[in-house]
Unconditional design. Sequence first.
Length: 138
Amino acid sequence: MIGSVMQFAAIVILLGIGSVMDIRTRELPNWISVIITLLAIINFRLENLLGIIVAVIFFSVALATGKIGGGDVKLIAALSVACGLWGSFALLLFAQIAMLVFYAGNYIFQKINGKTASKSLPFVPFIFIGYLASKLIF
């Protein structure tokens, strides 16, 4: 129990740091993904490796569209090992929903003010939201 709380807290801190860095620079340093992967060892179960399936799907979409950054892919891979298959699916689902809601709200706000909404958004903050939401459910 203590290990899972420590793992959760450490990942939350790392995702918070990563979110700020992604917002400011649109880049995510590799050390964040490496540490999250190492944190997956705390509560490691063999079935958590099935989470890699989600990472492979995410990587395939990134490769096909060219719209997803490499740091996001590495972060999803690291979180997939920590969260397992269903936790990873939930994480990505909630991240996508959060991004869609934010983008829709931003688009409407920008249109009202006569501006054009940016099509490029940092994804790590939404991964952070997805992680928190998935942990509340799973």
